[in-house]
Write a protein that binds this ligand. Sequence first.
Ligand SMILES: Cc1ncc(COP(=O)(O)O)c(C=O)c1O
Length: 330
Amino acid sequence: MTAFGTQFSDQFVTAAYRDGAWQPAELKPLEPLSMHPAAHVFHYASTCFEGFKAYRWPDGSVHVFRLPDHVARMQKSAASLHLPVPDADLLTNMVLDIVAANRDDVPELPGALYLRPTLIGTLPNIGAAASPSTEALLYVLTSPVGDYFAGGIRPLKILIDDENARSTRQLGSTKTGGNYAAALGPTLAAKAKYGVDQVLFCPESDVQETGAANFLVIGDNHVLTKPLDSTFLHGITRASTLTLARDLGYEVEERPFSVAELMQSIKDTDAALSGTAASLTPIGEMVYRDETHTVNPGSDYASVMRLRNALSAVHSGEREDIHGWLTRVG
Ligand SMILES: Cc1ncc(COP(=O)(O)O)c(C=O)c1O
């Protein structure tokens, strides 16, 4: 299979917002968008998106993971950017319709159909830095993705960065392009200098998240992660992992912690990144102030893998969906 996010289904679904109302959604062949070069999004970054997956069970049925939660997060992102907020029913039905239309593209497990709702401000106005886009386009792309870890799980190497932030206090929990732009420079610099996979942003020593994943310290029966606030993205994989950990009897602590505490805890405890693309991925090494530290030396990452396997078992239908996280398509 091709690289994650580079292959697309033949159809997508769009809905425009104009004259104060959402227009009916249209299912159509995937095609380039035609837009005025003055569109608000190109100048003032009025854009947000979502990322989640539909899974094909061994019996052939197709299930979307935590659809209402992703719709709600998209609505929250749109509202924070003062973009027209998509109605929950409109976006939900667009997702279900496009998954049904592209159903044959949903790969066997551990692959999935990655779903990418996107909302952009289309008002043609280059004098609108301080006013919102009153026109918008919403669309949903689907992209078949393979096993992120084909060839086995490779523990990650990350840089602890206590100088830069990946976002701002007002937009940290908004899934918007500008946050990824802010993380790109520090991440590329860290890759070049230290050969790391990701940067863990810890401004003022507050351990937050990487450019595209949440961060958790995971022990045999204990999970520690930052509590929800406006500085970071409220990951659905993070939330699901914490719920499953509680179900399995783990003690779950959501509280702020410092880099000093983190460096102490990784002496004998695993750590992981969480996100839709790669699920839970163990971290093998952390670079902090030019020194490389092995995370939980000698670990076989069993603590991380136990939670990762529990999550995968919900995706595949092997574990009962007691929280009602899956929406069956068709
Ligand atoms: C900045 C950031 N944090 C965390 C996550 C993880 O979120 P989720 O688990 O909902 O995929 C993502 C992934 O999309 C992300 O881009």
